[in-house]
Design a protein around this ligand. Structure first.
Ligand code: NAD
Length: 496
């Protein structure tokens, strides 16, 4: 593969579970091939851990959790600081691995790691920020709180961010004193192996960070295990709903982030140069495989000049270095079929990405779809409402801003929404009225920076709180309230 972008591993990487600091293959596990979206070649193999295979991982984590909880916060922080520095030191290796298995460009994979490092920085500040609170509630009686870890906790990740989504959870959960079990996506399990190696190198004690590979069965094992106290999940809405329902029914604390259908509202006074590029970047970045991608553009009134410019820029994107691949062949076929259905439903295919791929025989086995713009999409149709998860944007035309907000708010999801305008009053109106967890003004991908945390509403999130920032600190710990009363004895002659 060309050195201009991703270097695939030369030989397949054989992954194992990380249990008590040792790399082990779980008993009775079938091995799954990991194929690069770029070429379709096998770049790794990992075990599909059966549900029963989760128990030994939890056992080792439980042992480690006791000692880790008792380790001074300052020492926990300094080991996690070493981990954070190793992430930075190995960022190119990590980015290359994440790009190889997820189909991202190197720049996209690097950006995901930088976000992960940002979450580390926030988690490492907990010892300075979270200094507790105390109040003398009556003479001689003090109430205070003390933050405690939960014990053994787990994180279940999707395919589209092999490093970043695990790193939304790992730094905060571990710094707070929990033992953390990661279940990476079976489609992109290789980056997590390097995260595990770096964790051990950083001196985080064996068992404090564990990895269990697999798919549904491994998730079942996590949900069924009584000693896992909390589960962070990121993935599609249907699975998020199920993980939330089954986890909470078993008494676990669960935060499950789901899918999205993000609407970008573009009004006639939007900046004509900046807006088309921002919209194109939003729906083509990570080949549209991110929960923050624009998937609907709500065109208010006459914004034809912006749509024309978007079409020109989208058609010029170079496949490969400019935009990566789709996760698997099934995703490619699903998207091609959705485009055909939208067309049959009356949409106009303004830019058609079908059949677009990088030149070179090596990419023939990859999974490709070029940027695709569907215009005049019918409100309520599949292309408007369903998360398609690819480099595809559906333009729905409406006459007024009120109609645009109504359309945005008709979506069952509520991850992100944005408005492009040069008018502050229009911007404020959208900020005030859009039903979404994250709202952007002239920002195509309105991911808040730490410590503002990350999370949607409605069908984009099951459970309360956010997965990063202060929301993450609250999720991965509990507050113990301590009430102290000291009564002065009056009979001791030595006191006076
Ligand atoms: P997915 O739901 O298919 O998989 C997520 C995880 O669930 C994986 O680890 C997978 O092994 C596991 N899983 C799959 N099927 C399961 C089942 N039947 N029972 C239990 N567990 C199961 O999601 P994906 O395709 O890997 O990721 C893409 C989705 O994730 C999109 O919908 C995207 O919007 C969403 N996502 C959301 C956010 C967010 O912050 N809201 C962030 C990233 C991705």
């Amino acid at each position: 593969m060309s050195a201009t972008y991703v270097q695939l591993p030369e030989t397949p990487i054989i992954g194992r579970n990380l249990v008590g600091g040792e790399w082990v293959t779980p008993a009775g596990a079938a091995m799954l091939d990991v194929r690069s979206p770029y070429t379709g070649t096998v770049i790794g193999r990992v075990p599909l851990t059966p549900a029963a295979g989760v128990a030994p991982v939890v056992e080792a984590a439980k042992k480690a959790a006791e000692g880790w909880r008792a380790t001074a916060l300052r020492d926990r922080t300094s080991r996690m600081f070493r981990f954070r520095m190793l992430l930075e030191q190995h960022i190119e290796r990590l980015a290359n691995l994440a790009a190889s298995e997820a189909g991202k460009t190197i720049a996209e994979a690097r950006a995901g790691l930088l976000k992960g490092i940002e979450v580390c920085d926030y988690a490492l500040s907990v010892q300075n920020l979270d200094t507790g609170g105390a109040l003398e509630v009556s003479r001689g009686v003090t109430c205070e709180f003390k933050r405690e870890p939960l014990g053994v906790v787990a994180g279940i990740a999707p395919f589209n961010f092999p490093a970043m989504v695990p790193l939304w959870m790992i730094p905060t959960a571990i710094t707070l004193g929990n033992a953390f079990i990661l279940k990476p996506s079976e489609k992109v399990p290789l980056t997590s192996l390097l995260l595990g190696e770096l964790m051990l190198e950083a001196g985080v004690p064996p068992g404090v960070f564990s990895i269990v590979h697999g798919g549904k069965e491994a998730v079942d094992g996590i949900l069924e295990h009584p000693d896992i106290q909390a589960v962070g999940f990121v993935g599609s809405t249907n699975i998020a709903r199920r993980v939330y329902a089954e986890g909470t029914a078993r008494g676990k604390r669960v935060l499950a982030l789901g899918g999205a259908k993000n609407h970008l509202i573009v009004v006639p006074d939007a900046d004509p140069v900046f807006t088309p590029q921002a919209v194109v970047d939003s729906f083509t970045g990570c080949a549209g495989q991110r929960c923050m991608a624009a998937s609907v553009m709500v065109a208010v009134g006459d914004v034809q000049h912006i749509i024309d410019e978007m079409a020109r820029r989208a058609a010029a994107i170079e496949m490969g270095p400019g935009m990566g691949a789709l996760i698997d062949r099934a995703a490619q076929e699903r998207l091609e079929a959705a485009i055909a259905r939208a067309e049959a439903d009356g949409a106009k295919v303004l830019v058609d990405g079908r059949g677009k791929k990088p030149s070179g025989a090596a990419y023939g086995g990859g999974n490709w779809l070029g940027p695709t713009i569907l215009d005049h999409v019918r409100p309520g149709s599949e292309a408007h409402t369903k998360e398609l998860f690819g480099p595809l944007i559906s333009i729905v035309r409406v006459p007024t801003l009120t109609a645009a907000i109504e359309l945005q708010n008709s979506s069952p999801y509520g991850n992100a929404a944005s408005v492009f305008t040069t008018n502050g009053i229009v911007a404020q109106h959208v900020v005030d009225n859009a039903k979404a967890g994250m709202v952007g003004v002239n920002v195509g991908v309105p991911v808040p920076r730490e410590p503002f945390s990350f999370g949607g509403i409605n069908e984009s999130r099951f459970g309360h709180g956010d997965i990063t920032g202060q929301g993450g600190v609250e999720f991965w710990s509990y507050l113990k309230k301590v009430t102290r009363k000291w009564t002065a004895r009056t009979d001791g002659s030595w006191m006076s």
